[in-house]
Design a protein. Structure first.
Length: 118
């Protein structure tokens, strides 16, 4: 999440951020960052279609980053249980964003999960 957040704040492509880091991040983190970047249009479409009344660009950056990461995991990480993806995202939102973010993230991701894994 931190790498995607930093890329967003700096208006950098995530791959450029990864290349500029002084130390190589964990391989799984690199896989997730590249995966989110590679499927960003599809991920953003799912989030925007679910977050009724919220444009992606108007969401808090932390919420948007968490939703993108978790949505990518729901799309491309079948080995990770849906409940784990949602729970981790909700906990990140509670810890790093607003008081209402945990419920918001939970609602959006639950809806996306039902679409992707009926």
């Amino acid at each position: 999440m931190a790498l995607l957040y930093e890329a967003e704040l700096k208006s950098l492509e995530p791959a450029m951020l990864l290349e500029a880091l002084p130390a190589t991040p964990d391989p799984f983190a690199v896989k997730l960052v590249k995966g989110v970047a590679g499927r960003r249009a599809q991920v953003d479409s799912l989030v925007a279609g679910t977050a009724v009344g919220w444009e992606i660009g108007r969401m808090p950056i932390v919420d948007r980053t968490i939703l993108r990461l978790a949505t990518y995991e729901l799309l491309d990480q079948p080995g990770t249980p849906v409940a784990v993806v949602i729970d981790e995202a909700v906990e990140l939102a509670k810890e790093y964003s607003t008081d209402a973010s945990g419920a918001f993230v939970n609602g959006v991701l639950s809806h996306i999960a039902r679409q992707l894994h009926p």
